[in-house]
Design a protein around this ligand. Structure first.
Ligand code: LLP
Length: 497
């Protein structure tokens, strides 16, 4: 069981803080963790050639700052490493109209995992043939949208879904359209972890058709029996934030084996193989992600070897990176509101600080749920200035009415941080804005892209009026105060110089 987030005094014990010794330079920007354009200019953090103080003044805080060059550079790195294969950007990591356009312009494909992600991509002009639709419970409406739009692949996830799709696909074929291309998502029995993989029969989860029970083969037969469906290939996704390529290699081995079994059972040689996403990124300087080129080389080698063994032609490969494209290039800027030193207990181990500063910022678990949900580790720096003050043990927390509302569990910040300073949390581009909520009626922050000294708002800040509009009583009432409705940046930044 996880420790109570209330901390050591709760249980009357004083475990040492989970962070190592303070780094020599508390303001250092490790290039593995920070966006490619991150620099200190006269001590202040600059992103995409823009000062964070100016960005905060113009757009308010909390603020997602997305380094366009970083996002598109990483997309290009994957496209280059997987040349001859299809790279699908897993849009659940972060999607908005402009991102859909960049991904389309840069020649990638797109993975949507709901009808609304699909609808957004289509509305932004994303070419339908380059979209795949995922989901373990696609509704009739979602499937109809996919069929009508003519998307590249529906990734089948259950027998119910096949039953639901066949009549829609048959109607399209009867009307002179082509059969609907599908992939079968196979559960290959690999449980992938960040630093390890366990090749067990990890069947007890909701996605895909089990390879071990024969469901995946049965699904292939069912698809082959329907002239309105075209079985284009197989899909496998083993997890997320994975550093070790061994899990992908084991999955590739098993899924190619399934291709062989399908050929033997149905006579069909499948032309495509999608090995999913899950490539890890560095949230902390000590994290060690695998470069796209290395992943690509390993996957190509193992798929080629397995195919040779089974006498199969090598299929066209596809991968679906989300976090590895969107994650590292975005930083969340927060303004510090309060700082509270909290005693850690009198019996700390020698050398253990006895005080932790709770540094509260103006966002929290509503804009980054990952620390609370997955115990995710982040790092952050004092962003609006540098400091040579000694290190102080800190915990960066949000403003929600929840003890587990933690953004950065343990880190060292300069002891002279004060309310009004800006903090920048690194690597928040994936699964932060996209998982944001309105808990405690906090409003979703804007996303601003920076490039070559220019900042462009991609998504505006949600206003209280936006939220009131959903409420039967409040829909037509003005939000009580313009400050609460939409933080006026001059006011929000009032405590900063
Ligand atoms: N393909 C499929 C079928 C997926 O289910 C996912 C992620 C991806 C690709 C992209 O995985 P990535 O490359 O981004 O790791 N909310 C969690 C992550 C959930 C991932 C769900 N599926 C988090 O914040 O860590």
């Amino acid at each position: 069981m996880r420790a109570h987030p209330a901390g050591p005094l709760h249980a009357g014990i004083a475990p040492p803080p989970a962070t190592g010794p303070a780094p020599a330079d508390l303001g250092a920007l490790d290039p593995q963790v920070w966006p490619r354009s991150a620099r200190r200019v006269d001590g202040e953090l600059h992103l995409g050639g823009r000062s964070v103080t100016e960005l905060a003044r113009e757009h308010g805080t909390p603020l997602f700052v997305l380094d366009e060059g970083d996002f598109r550079g990483r997309a290009a790195d994957f496209a280059g490493a997987f040349a001859g294969a299809d790279v699908h950007y897993a849009s659940k990591a972060f999607l908005c109209g402009q991102v859909a356009r960049w991904v389309a312009e840069d020649g990638l494909h797109l993975d949507a995992c709901s009808g609304n992600e699909l609808a957004l991509a289509l509305a932004a002009g994303f070419p339908a043939p380059r979209i795949a639709l995922h989901g373990n419970n696609k509704s009739l409406v979602e499937l109809q949208l996919a069929v009508d739009a003519g998307i590249g692949h529906v990734v089948l996830d259950s027998f119910d879904e096949i039953d639901r799709l066949v009549p829609l696909a048959s109607a399209r074929v009867s009307a002179g359209g082509r059969p609907v291309p599908v992939l079968i998502r196979a559960t290959v029995g690999i449980e992938a972890h960040t630093h390890e993989f366990i090749a067990t029969a990890h069947e007890d989860q909701k996605f895909g058709f089990s390879l071990a029970t024969g469901d995946a083969l049965a699904a292939a037969r069912r698809v082959c029996d329907s002239p309105a469906l075209e079985l284009a290939g197989l899909h496998s996704h083993i997890g997320s934030q994975i550093f070790d390529t061994a899990g992908f290699e084991a999955a590739a081995h098993r899924v190619v084996g399934l291709m062989g079994a399908i050929r033997d059972a149905t006579g069909r040689v499948l032309p495509e193989l999608n090995l999913g996403g899950g490539f890890g990124i560095a949230y902390l300087p000590e994290d060690d992600p695998v470069a796209p080129g290395d992943v690509a080389a390993k996957l190509r080698t193992i798929v080629a070897a397995e195919c040779a063994e089974l006498g199969l032609p090598v299929p066209r490969l596809a991968v679906e990176p989300g976090r590895a494209i969107a994650g590292p290039g975005t930083v969340t800027l927060y303004e510090i509101g309060t700082i509270k030193p909290v005693r850690l207990g009198a019996s700390g181990a020698p050398g253990t600080p006895l005080v932790r500063n709770y540094v509260s910022v103006d966002g929290g678990m509503s804009d980054n749920i990952r620390t609370a949900l997955y115990d995710a580790a982040y790092t952050c720096v004092l962003a609006n200035r540098d400091s040579d003050a000694p290190p102080a043990l800190c915990r960066v927390v949000g403003k929600h009415c929840e003890t587990g509302d933690i953004l950065v569990r343990d880190l060292w910040l300069p002891a002279d941080v004060v309310p009004g300073d800006l903090l920048a949390v690194a690597a928040t581009g994936a699964y932060c804005w996209s998982m944001a909520s309105n808990y405690n009626y906090l409003l979703k922050p804007p996303v601003v892209a920076v490039r070559d000294g220019v900042a462009t708002e991609l998504v505006r800040r949600q206003t209280l009026s936006d939220v009131f509009a959903l409420d039967a009583v409040l829909a037509h009432m003005p939000a009580p105060s313009p400050v609460i409705d939409q933080p006026a940046p001059e006011l929000a930044a009032g405590t900063r110089s």
